[in-house]
Design a protein. Structure first.
Length: 413
């Protein structure tokens, strides 16, 4: 029998080891693993799991050579979680725990009877990884990352190395996934090293978004090879049964492919994605460079026609749109919005934004920094002029009065 403080691969631990003669050894270990300790023991979760994790391990080491099985309890309360499971994140200090049976099967490892529990989250299933830590197979009959979720997830790796992931469910809260996607996530760089070849088949009855919006009947199929998207098909409904579609298509004479998304309810899309909640209606399309293996910035164009902005006091003052007693918030109608933008990890940059309508026009430039929760947008609002107010600049006069400059700018939006 051995009992006391030891180091296992340089990691301090409390060990209780008992081995009767010619029988299996009984082992119990307690330790607190930080990122370095987890890496030394083969659990490299850098970027996904940060902070100390107390663990308890118990099991038997067989006297004869065979697979070893250990029951493990991990307290995740002190750790910060960033997409350890897709769309699941938590701050340090929030209660969470994981239990599983670790089975060492050469050349990989299997996590059986895996249960992850946290406020609002419950995941149960099994996962197998190879010697490099890549997923070989996974089966989660319970995949609930938020209260009310009803979904399942299965994955298996084909002979050519492609990971095929299937998600099915009635309800899924997509807000965590949306937030991590927009912010880039702390583990984004590491994620690029794994699962460069993936086929995703997802069907969900309802995906809960922000501001009370729900995407219904979502059917998504995506393929990625060498880290780059090679095919995409998205169908669903937003708002009042407005279709939302997306695909991968060519643009321009060089046949360059872009992700193309369109819907007849731009306001519902913006609220669902938590981009801007005050747009209502509008026919929208957006074209965006596909995500690449090197996480290069994605260039895109956003175009919206025939929409309104409601509850934006700065617009209401300029457009002189008073609220009617007992009526909805005043709104300002626009005929067109066009924006060039760049999306990079954690940052959304807008440039050359043009908005025009019968009562007001504007230009927009700036950025949203999701990691710092910082928004810097410059808006220049200009009332549109009636035809009789429009005065062309006189080339014989060296300057144009400031009042006329404002009018011209608004007129040409």
């Amino acid at each position: 029998m051995i009992r006391g403080d030891v180091k296992i691969n340089g990691v301090p631990a409390a060990l209780d080891y008992r081995k009767p003669r010619d029988a299996d050894a009984d082992v119990r270990i307690q330790a607190t693993l930080d990122e370095s300790g987890r890496s030394k023991l083969g659990f490299d979760l850098s970027g996904f799991l940060m902070g100390p994790v107390p663990i308890k391990l118990s099991g038997r080491i067989p006297a004869q050579e065979s697979d070893t099985r250990f029951a493990i309890e991990a307290d995740l309360t002190q750790a910060k979680v960033d997409n350890l499971l897709p769309g699941w994140s938590k701050a340090a200090g929030r209660a969470a725990r994981a239990t599983f049976t670790l089975v060492n099967k050469s050349p990989g490892t299997r996590f059986e009877d895996l249960v992850v529990e946290a406020p609002g989250a419950s995941v149960k299933g099994a996962i197998e990884v190879d010697g490099s830590g890549d997923v070989v197979s996974a089966n989660f009959p319970v995949f609930s990352l938020s209260d009310g979720d009803k979904a399942t997830l299965k994955a298996d790796r084909s002979a050519d190395g492609t990971l095929r992931v299937t998600v099915r469910g009635d309800v899924y809260d997509g807000r965590g996934f949306i937030k991590s996607t927009m912010s880039g996530g702390g583990a984004s760089n590491r994620k690029q090293k794994h699962d460069k070849d993936i086929d995703l088949d997802l069907k969900l009855g309802a995906v809960v978004g922000f501001h009370g919006e729900t995407l219904r009947g979502l059917d998504l199929k995506l393929s990625r090879r060498s880290g780059a998207i090679t095919s995409l098909a998205v169908n669903g409904k937003l708002g009042r049964d407005a279709p939302l579609t997306g695909d991968l298509r060519g643009r321009g004479t060089n046949g360059r492919q872009v992700v193309f998304v369109e819907t007849n309810d731009a306001g519902a899309f913006f609220r669902f994605s938590d981009i801007y909640p005050k747009i209502f209606g509008g026919e929208m399309w957006v074209a965006l460079d596909p995500h690449s293996a090197d996480t290069a910035p994605q260039e895109g164009i956003l175009n919206i026609r025939d929409f309104a902005v409601r509850g934006e006091s700065a617009l209401d003052r300029v457009a002189a749109a008073p609220q009617q007693p007992g009526g909805p918030p005043p709104g300002v109608d626009f005929s067109r919005l066009r924006v060039d933008f760049t999306r990079s990890l954690g940052r959304f940059t807008v440039r050359d934004g043009l908005v025009k309508g019968p009562a007001i026009g504007a230009t927009v430039d700036g950025y949203i920094d999701y990691n710092r929760d910082d928004v810097r947008m410059q808006r220049h609002l200009r009332p549109a002029l009636r035809p009789q107010q429009y005065v062309r600049p006189d080339p014989d006069r060296g300057t144009v009065p400031r009042r006329q400059q404002r009018g011209l700018a608004g007129r040409h939006l």
